[in-house]
Write a protein that binds this ligand. Structure first.
Ligand SMILES: [Zn+2]
Length: 327
């Protein structure tokens, strides 16, 4: 890791002072913000407008290094339980197991000496397959002509004669596919891909990349085998998705996998009390939802909320984290 020195510029210093003041004011009721990324892009992409490009990601990491105290997950959760969190405490997470965590994020994390956790969907490791949502994006991008006609499978007609039209097609088809049974979802994806005659390059981590992340001090967490909506599965299948992902990743890194992130992550919709019990039973120490907001000492360790970086600028992202830390 590098020896990055925090900035002494006025804005970072002011933000550190404000964050420390909030922590003093809270007197022993400190909060933790867990930020959550998915894929990092080489360049911004209108079809993936919620995913930051690597330059924006670097701005975020510099801001976190300058203004906050970024902790390894196990240190942060131990400090939370013992009510000794430092002011401005942050953890960084990545979901799904994109190879961009290795190729693009890891060099930036090293530059700023920042710890992070990567939640890997184990079934995609070394599979050469991409996740269904990325296959939709890639097919909509690649299709020629002005209309995508999926009426034969009941998925409508989509005008794609402009960037805005392609963005709308991605949103509509992704929303439609998300809660379909797996076979119907795959039929939609394959019908879409049949219009393009091509498949995208692999986007997900290889086992060697997972080992490199682990050897670099990145915590490897589990995110199921195939990224299903757990509530759509039988209890037996959901339990297998949870436990088999832990076992597969432990075999890859030859170390315990301590943390779990629920696919899609909305409590009550994507997972419920049954799955929380399964995650506990599988031996995980904590689990993470996608509910927004800070973590407080009273938070259940198996439904920890997280924050996605969807603010309009790095500055507003920083202000939101400070506001959440302030309570
Ligand atoms: Zn996910």
């Amino acid at each position: 890791m590098s020896t990055y020195q925090r900035s002494s510029a006025p804005v970072p210093v002011l933000m550190r002072v404000i964050g420390n003041s909030y922590a003093l004011w809270q007197s022993g009721n400190a909060r933790l913000c867990i930020v959550n990324y998915h894929r990092i892009l080489e360049a911004s992409d209108p079809l993936l407008e919620n995913e930051p490009d690597v330059a924006t990601f670097r701005d975020h990491m510099k801001m976190l290094a300058d203004c906050f105290k970024v902790l390894p997950m196990h240190e942060a959760l131990a400090a939370l339980r013992q009510n000794r969190l430092p002011p401005r405490a942050i953890c960084i997470t990545f979901d799904d197991g994109y190879r961009s965590a290795h190729d693009l994020a890891l060099p930036v994390l090293r530059e700023f000496n920042l710890p992070a956790t990567v939640f890997v969907t184990s079934g995609y490791v070394d599979s050469g397959e991409n996740m269904w949502n990325d296959r939709i994006v890639d097919a909509v991008r690649a299709v020629t002509g002005s209309v995508i006609d999926l009426e034969a499978i009941g998925a409508g007609r989509h005008a794609v004669d402009s960037i805005a039209g392609r963005c709308a097609a991605v949103c509509q088809l992704t929303a439609r596919a998300k809660y379909l049974p797996p076979a119907e979802r795959m039929a939609l994806v394959e019908a879409l891909e049949a219009l393009t005659g091509r498949r995208a390059a692999p986007l997900m981590l290889s086992a060697d990349m997972v080992r490199t992340l682990h050897a670099s001090g990145i915590e490897i967490g589990a995110h199921t085998v195939s990224h299903p909506i757990l509530t759509s599965l039988s209890d037996a299948d959901a339990d297998t998705e949870i436990t088999a992902s832990k076992q597969a990743l432990e075999a890859i890194i030859d170390a315990p996998v301590r943390y779990f992130a629920y696919p899609n992550g909305k409590a009550g919709l994507d997972f419920d009390a049954r799955h929380i019990a399964m995650v506990r039973q599988a031996g995980f120490a904590a689990a993470f939802s996608t509910a927004p907001g800070p973590v407080t000492a009273s938070q259940d360790m198996f439904t920890l909320p997280r924050s996605r970086p969807w603010d309009s600028s790095t500055f507003f992202y920083m202000l939101r984290l400070l506001r959440w830390l302030a309570g």
